[in-house]
Design a protein around this ligand. Structure first.
Ligand SMILES: *[C@@H]1O[C@H](CO)[C@@H](O)[C@H](O)[C@H]1NC(C)=O
Length: 345
């Protein structure tokens, strides 16, 4: 991993301690140490985590006194204003890909529809790709009309009535969980995957079909251990002490793309009633896991979940599951190249 890693359009979603991403040496060091951790960890039970496996809440500061319910992240306080409730009725997907995206980012949606989102049968399994949108203020009526037309064409937009902002990403994630629990409970697995991702969907389904993959209480992706909460106010990942008092997050999976057994969404929704919301959606899911007495698992091959690439390499892209990309056009270009008939390696 080179220091160039942080110069990509989207800043790293890692928590960089007290530094921000302008300090790109830290970024690459962090990625480096993560990769070292990944390659030296072979068993999920060997994770250097903070909390013991337990079924009772262990963090008093984030546990609600009985009776108190946190409503901000609890997704059933929001309502679907656009929906495709029938998509899981006609067929039961093996895997549902849920992509949070802002309402106006049609370029990202179209790139995904031409690439990994167009694969409806993978390794003989039904895969479904859907986009989750919040609502924007401003030119609401005009935008809603456009989105309606887009949805009539593709039947893949879900929109909820919370405000679509960066600080509201935790709400978006929880609304994704609510949708999965309500509309698609029979699917075997789901993935929350960001709209700027390369996804090798074949490799993901091959991984999920491995006999050792748990069918319940399973969450995997790029694991983040002992990550400190960012307290510097100008950081994108700043979280005030009042929102999250502890200095570190529980083990979580990096938000770029995490995969879970589809029994978990309902459990996350329930757990969110008593977990104080904060704006780091992936760490919030880590808190839900902790509350449920569960831990994220290392993927069978941790090196398949990758964040940044420095350059496209067909052979490497044929082996990974995720990479963060720089643009929608890159996704289309890399995908077309990867799908050429010649062997990639
Ligand atoms: C998050 O969404 C809620 C519900 O729409 C809204 O009231 C709030 O202002 C939003 N917060 C931010 C920081 O955008």
């Amino acid at each position: 991993m080179s220091a160039r890693a942080c110069f990509i359009r989207r800043p790293l979603q890692f928590n960089l301690g007290s530094s921000s991403c302008s300090c790109f040496v830290s970024c690459s060091l962090l990625v480096g140490s993560q990769l070292i951790l990944e390659t030296t960890t072979t068993s999920t039970t060997a994770l250097p985590t903070d909390a013991p496996r337990t079924t009772t809440p262990t963090a008093p500061t984030t546990t609600a006194p009985s009776g108190i319910q946190y409503h901000t992240a609890y997704p059933r306080n929001y309502h679907f204003i656009m929906d495709n409730p029938e998509v899981c009725k006609d067929q039961t997907p093996f895997l549902v890909l849920m992509v949070p995206v802002s309402p106006n980012n049609i370029a990202a949606r179209n790139a995904i529809r031409q690439t990994w989102g167009k694969e409806k049968q993978v390794q003989g399994q039904v895969v479904l790709t859907l986009f989750m949108l919040g609502s924007s203020g401003g030119a609401y009526v005009e935008q809603h009309e456009k989105l309606k037309q887009e949805n009539e064409k593709h039947h893949d937009l879900i929109q909820s009535d919370f405000r679509d902002t960066y600080k509201n990403l935790t709400i978006k994630t929880m609304v994704i969980m609510d949708w999965l629990a309500k509309r698609c409970p029979a699917a075997a697995f789901a993935m929350k995957i960001d709209s700027d991702m390369f996804l090798n969907i074949d490799n993901l389904v091959i991984m999920l079909l491995k006999p050792g993959i748990p069918k319940l209480n399973y969450l995997t992706g790029m694991l983040m251990w002992n990550r400190p909460v960012v307290r510097s106010k100008n950081s994108k990942w700043y979280v005030p002490v009042e929102m999250y008092p502890e200095p570190k997050y529980p083990t979580y999976t990096l938000g770029m793309g995490y995969v879970f057994s589809n029994d978990l969404p309902e459990k996350f929704v329930e757990a969110s009633k008593s977990i104080k919301p904060f704006n780091i959606e992936d760490a919030y899911i880590g808190m839900c896991m902790k509350k449920l007495g569960l831990k994220p698992s290392s993927p069978p091959n941790p090196s398949q979940f990758r964040a940044y690439n420095t350059k496209y390499d067909r052979c490497t892209y044929s082996k990974v599951i995720t990479y963060i990309l720089g643009s929608s056009q890159q996704l289309i270009n890399f995908w077309m190249d990867l799908k050429r008939p010649e062997p990639p390696c």
